[in-house]
Design a protein around this ligand. Structure first.
Ligand SMILES: O=C(O)C1=C[C@@H](OP(=O)(O)O)[C@@H](O)[C@H](O)C1
Ligand SMILES: C=C(OP(=O)(O)O)C(=O)O
Length: 433
């Protein structure tokens, strides 16, 4: 599918975005392991979360869907049924890595696969610690790549694991496996990654202790099913917040969006670039802060970023690259090598595709240098099967002269199916004025 985007001189409107992807995955998983029922409201009906839903159903979890309201009947810890068929995680790293953590503690055999992109992504980062805990796992290329086969155990060994990467998927897989281990399991990461698993475990009644960059839990604790209202996805909102900042005129308000500080690094960077923005926390949903964000058209300047902020804006770097191309001066992003292991190598794909529009982008081993302020010219670009690249390029298309056509735009469906409609509405509402 192709998505056509025309230059919009003004972007205006108040919107909500679909439920958070990370929280929707976790609500399904923890709901399945809990006792009793979990009703999820504002569940993200994107392909990634639907892959998690299908895999859990294949293992005997009863799940009823009514639009974005999902009811999960928990089976309790260790009661998943052996799936008769291969589990397909599609394009979703979160599905595969978090499911491995859960499967490690169930005495069943399962085979997991995914699409061509997921079959290239490193799985050894979770397989290694899960093997230390006692799970048996096999995969291609000496156990690094999917398809994977796993035989879980009725009881796992607790570990104290120091992860070489700041990854919420690694941390979550170990904490989920830790639920099946007698004693205390801990994970220490080099920088704080998103903490939704910790928050939701606490919300379901499992105490999780944090000391600096280490989190701990005691296994064998019971999870109690609870209602979960999923906040709007900050990573989805980010495309419109960025678009508002770079558009020549206008103002976008996103309401009821998740404002967990482990996710909102982009707001700090936009502020440092000179963006006019306002944030208002209005409440807490299922242990997660929620509120409204307003961004207005702004004069932007380049910045240098790296270090601990990177995991707090990891999925926003593609669209941040677009913002940087529209800012005066140079932006340097370092410490973001992890982007090479996403749905595409996002350092390479963003530099290539933005380059087609005339942006000046240099690729570093762990980041990008963007020389901003060069006018963008509409062109034909590719998503590389990566939803965030597709949406970031659509945002670039709003400020590029003429027309930008994004090929492979169907990738957007994995995280934000109504993105094209919302984009057209915001640009169109402004045009109608
Ligand atoms: O745990 C999660 O829900 C996610 C963690 C991040 O990946 P890593 O853990 O690989 O950094 C992020 O990029 C992904 O979109 C979702
Ligand atoms: C990296 C992402 O997701 P996942 O790792 O779950 O495929 C993403 O949504 O940008």
């Amino acid at each position: 599918m192709e998505l056509k985007v025309c230059r919009a001189t003004r972007l205006e409107g108040t919107i909500t975005v679909p439920g958070d992807k990370s929280i929707s995955h976790r609500a399904l998983l923890l709901g399945s392991l809990a006792c009793g029922e979990t009703v999820i409201e504002n569940f993200l009906r994107g392909k990634d979360c639907l892959a998690t839903l299908r895999c859990l159903r294949q293992m005997g979890v009863k799940i009823e869907e009514e639009e974005d309201r999902v009811r999960v009947e928990g089976r309790g810890l260790g009661n998943l049924r052996e799936p008769e068929e291969v589990l397909d995680a599609g394009n979703s790293g979160t599905t595969m890595r978090l499911l491995l953590g859960v499967l490690a503690g169930n005495p069943i055999f399962a085979v997991l696969t995914g699409d061509a992109s997921l079959r290239r992504r490193p799985m050894d980062r979770v397989i290694l610690p899960l093997k230390l805990m006692g799970a048996e796992i096999w995969g291609r290329q000496e156990g690094k790549l999917a398809p994977l086969a796993i035989r879980g155990q009725r009881e796992l060994r607790p570990i104290e694991y120091t992860s070489p990467v700041a990854s919420a998927q690694v941390k979550s897989a170990i904490l989920l496996a830790g639920l099946y281990a007698e004693g205390e399991t801990s994970v220490t990461e080099p920088a704080l990654s998103r903490d939704h698993t910790e928050r939701m475990l606490s919300y379901f009644g499992v105490p999780v202790k944090r000391e600096g960059l280490t989190v701990r839990l005691r296994g064998r604790a019971l999870l109690q099913g609870r209602p979960v209202r999923v906040p709007g996805d900050f990573s989805a909102a980010a495309f419109f917040l960025a678009a508002a900042a770079i558009s020549p005129e206008g103002r976008v308000v996103v309401k009821e969006v998740g404002l967990n500080p482990t996710r909102t690094g982009l707001l700090e960077v936009l502020e440092a670039m000179g963006a006019r923005l306002a944030v208002e926390v209005t409440g807490e949903w299922a242990g997660e802060p929620v509120g409204n964000v307003t961004v207005e058209s702004s004069e932007l300047r380049g910045v240098e970023i790296g270090g601990e902020i990177i995991p707090r804006l990891i999925d926003e770097i593609p669209v941040l690259t677009v913002v940087a191309a529209c800012a005066a001066g140079k932006t340097v992003i370092r410490g973001a090598e992890e982007l090479r292991y996403k749905e595409s190598d996002r350092l390479a794909t963003m530099a290539l595709e933005l380059g087609r529009l005339g942006a000046k982008v240099e690729v570093l081993p762990d980041g990008l240098i963007i020389h901003g302020g060069h006018p963008l010219q509409g062109s034909r670009v590719q998503s590389h099967g990566d939803h965030r690249v597709a949406m970031a390029m659509a945002v670039a298309g709003l400020v590029a002269e003429g027309e930008t056509i994004i090929e492979g735009a169907e990738a957007i469906d994995v995280s934000f199916p109504n993105f094209p409609l919302l984009l057209a509405t915001l640009a169109g509402e402004a045009r109608g004025k």
